[in-house]
Write a protein that binds this ligand. Structure first.
Ligand code: SF4
Length: 252
């Protein structure tokens, strides 16, 4: 079963499996997936990928609209959210004014909800872009996707837009520093849960040296029959591989 795309800029607060109480900011166009990936498991369904810089035909909300929607939502809440999180209908860093928007969100947070942390769930594909890096550095928490340990798995599992490689993504994450990783594992003929692939993935994780790795699996029905969710013991197995390398992790 596919998940409905967001129609609004602000959604929630939602009780997120991995973040707790989080107010979502969808700075992407309403009801359309705009992403540099087209992951095999994407709960929004299949869509054409958008290389960074080639998203012009889409109607992104203006920075002012995003900030005003956030202000309104925070004023209406009786309790501050733990996180204000950039997420939503695809890859948040594709917004043409992403850096200015992050600066604005920080100002709104400071004024109206100073205990909340600013966060992003990103697919990591824009991490080498100098302006995006400055924007990411302004956020309190960066949770960046890394599902693949080889270029082959990266192209097959995440289906990136042309020109995006695993090598450049890992290098960008390693040099950015202070990132957490989010890694979604599935089993089945097209899944990424095999001893061989896991050993490649752990090597890439070591290069990045993340603060924490969130290991998780499908929470809903798979969008395709060729992958299925892991069970708890399989998630524990991945967690133990990271533990052996002294890399902090949790499974969800
Ligand atoms: S990065 Fe997220 S939104 Fe983009 S295709 Fe993958 S799962 Fe879907």
């Amino acid at each position: 079963m596919l998940l409905e795309l967001q129609s609004d800029i602000i959604y929630g607060p939602v009780q997120s499996r991995r973040l707790g109480r989080s107010l979502g900011v969808n700075a992407l166009p309403p009801l359309v997936k705009v992403c540099t990936f087209d992951c095999l498991y994407c709960q929004y369904g299949r869509a054409a990928t958008h290389p960074p810089g080639e998203t012009g035909k889409h109607n992104f909300p203006r920075k002012e609209e995003v900030l005003s929607a956030l202000e309104q939502a925070l004023k209406n809440l009786s309790q501050p959210p733990v996180y204000i999180t950039f997420s939503g209908n695809g890859e948040p860093t594709l917004h043409p004014d992403f850096k200015e928007m992050v600066a604005g969100v920080r100002q709104v947070r400071d004024a109206l909800s100073p205990t909340s942390k600013t966060a992003i769930l990103s697919n990591s594909t824009t991490v080498s872009d100098p302006i995006t890096r400055k924007a990411l550095a302004m956020l309190d928490v960066r949770i960046m996707k890394l599902d693949a340990g080889t270029e082959e798995m990266f192209s097959h599992y995440n289906r990136p837009a042309k020109g995006i490689t695993l090598a450049e993504t890992v290098e960008g994450l390693a040099s950015l520093g202070k990132v957490s990783l989010q890694s979604l594992f599935t089993k089945g003929p097209e899944g990424n849960f095999s001893p061989d692939h896991l050993s490649h993935w752990v090597k890439q994780v070591k290069k990045i040296s993340p603060l924490f790795v969130q290991v998780y699996t499908l929470a809903r029905q798979s969008p395709t029959d060729s992958i299925t969710a892991l069970d708890r013991n399989e998630l524990i197995h991945i967690h133990s591989l990271l533990e052996k390398e002294n890399i902090p992790s949790g499974f969800f």
